[in-house]
Ligand binder design. Structure first.
Ligand SMILES: NC(=O)c1ccc[n+]([C@@H]2O[C@H](COP(=O)([O-])OP(=O)(O)OC[C@H]3O[C@@H](n4cnc5c(N)ncnc54)[C@H](O)[C@@H]3O)[C@@H](O)[C@H]2O)c1
Length: 445
């Protein structure tokens, strides 16, 4: 069974069902479970709706809010939130609550598998919490706790889950390892993808992976800043270094800073872990600091541009893309939120569009007369002084700038993701301001 039916839990549960397992997805959110029972997904994830529909129909995928179901499960995967606390440390209260609920319910041995991203040592804590609850009932069962960190990417989660690059299993118990090998066997028919290690190394692997990716992004954002100052073009530099096989082309894109529900909080949690262990995490702290600066950068560029035009008060800006990355509706810690607050504080009014994240964005942005919600990229650009591209959804690549510009009040594009060619935009009469290359601003503007 899967406990926590969010981005990770629902995708994992559906993929296990797709591979032929009987899966119960449990969540404490009754509304979410009721919707899922009616076939309505709480999240947008390409390919997930079909997977859920098919496996529900074939009676392999079930939804519940009833913890008593753990009594029938030989194995339970935990996929509940592990947000940052106010100090940056990982808040384990959701995981503890799950462990204690399981301890109160089970009547037979169980293997618990932690898919939530948790600090080194959490498996020991989970084991302690479960056994405390079992002992309170005067009982005693074996309960192995395994770490199986999740590496799926929102927007490609179903594919990542069905065809993972690797399956990391941290286990100190041979019986539990054997059970996981059996469960994951259908995912590895073509190639062996399982890496078995001790629990602490598996817990650490997840944080190290996210910190490495975040560091690459901050590295490129810093290189982009230098490029702007010295007259180099970061797009060319990126290609130049990415073609080196030792570096590789992935995760070398400068932009508006990283956000989302994982990188920022996982980086903070690893910093906290390092400091508690007596290690000063200089590089991790720099990665975080560079990201804080980068989140300000596009806002600063917009402010600077409009400073010569009487400031932002009364100006109208279209924002293209709100989710923290394309192909997801996830707005958690999205860089767009930061920019939106900056622009509103300066008196701008905004026309916002995202292909799927508007409902979630509406929940996070207080109702404001300065925000208009739009149905498309072209509609958002109507009557605006500028467009700011924040999330590089594919559909923004092929917009018709000729007809869009005819309806704009000003003609400037702030490209937070370097999606367009500066020369092309200039030919179309746009001022074009991006990341890590020279601004193209016409003298008349
Ligand atoms: N989202 C990602 O891309 C991703 C990728 C890899 C790892 N992770 C990690 O996986 C974990 C889950 O992330 P998510 O994005 O799926 O979170 P989420 O918020 O989308 O889903 C978590 C679900 O857990 C439920 N829940 C909370 N307390 C519960 C309880 N006591 N019992 C049962 N259900 C409970 C919530 O109602 C929610 O539906 C986190 O640790 C996260 O860091 C996330």
């Amino acid at each position: 069974m899967i406990i926590g039916t969010g981005y990770v839990g629902l995708v994992t549960g559906s993929c296990f069902a797709e591979m032929g397992h009987q899966v119960f997805c449990l969540d404490i959110d009754q509304e979410k479970i009721a919707s899922l029972e009616r076939g309505i997904l709480p999240i947008y994830e390409p390919g997930l709706q079909e997977l859920v529909d098919r496996n529900k129909k074939q009676k392999r995928l079930h939804f519940t809010t009833d913890y008593a179901i753990v009594q029938q499960a030989p194995i339970a995967f935990i996929a509940v939130p592990t947000p940052a606390s106010s100090t940056g440390r990982c808040n384990l209260s959701y995981v503890e609550s799950v462990a204690r609920k399981i301890g109160k319910e089970i009547l037979a041995p169980i293997t618990l598998v932690n898919k939530s991203t948790v600090p080194v040592g959490t498996a020991d804590s989970v084991s302690k919490w479960v056994h405390e609850e079992i002992a309170k009932r005067g009982l005693s069962f074996r309960c192995d706790v395994v770490s199986n960190p999740e590496f799926l990417k929102e927007g490609a989660a179903v594919q990542d889950c069905l065809k993972p690059d690797r399956i990391v299993i941290g286990s100190n118990a041979a019986q539990a390892t054997a059970l996981l090998r059996e469960i994951y066997a259908p995912f590895q028919i073509n190639s062996q993808r399982m890496l078995v290690m001790d629990v602490r190394s598996a817990e650490m692997t997840k944080y190290a992976a996210n910190a490495m990716l975040a560091t690459r992004i901050s590295f490129m954002n810093e290189v982009a800043r230098v490029c702007e100052e010295v007259g180099a073009n970061v797009n060319d530099v990126r290609r130049g270094i990415g073609s080196d096989a030792r570096i590789g082309p992935s995760f070398l894109y400068p932009g508006v800073g990283f956000g989302g529900s994982c990188f920022p909080k996982d980086l903070q949690a690893l910093i906290a872990t390092a400091e508690e262990a007596g290690v000063d995490p200089l590089l991790l702290k720099a990665t975080s600091q560079v990201n804080c600066l980068q989140k300000e950068r596009l806002g600063e560029k917009i402010l600077r541009y409009f400073a010569m035009k009487g400031g932002l008060a009364g100006k109208k800006i279209a924002i293209w893309g709100l989710s923290f990355k394309p192909d997801t509706d996830d707005m958690r810690d999205a860089p767009s939120l930061h920019l939106i607050q900056t622009l509103l504080a300066e008196g701008a009014s905004l026309r916002l569009f995202d292909p799927v994240a508007i409902p979630n964005a509406q929940k996070m942005l207080a109702h404001s007369p300065s925000i208009e919600w739009c149905q498309g990229a072209q509609e958002a650009a109507k009557g605006v002084d500028a467009i700011a591209l924040i999330t590089e959804w594919k559909e923004f690549r092929s917009v018709d700038f000729n007809s869009i510009s005819a309806e704009m009040r000003g003609k400037v594009l702030f490209d937070g993701r370097n999606q367009y060619s500066a020369e092309e935009m200039q030919k179309r009469g746009f001022d074009y301001i991006s990341i890590g290359q020279q601004d193209f601003v016409s003298r008349t503007s």
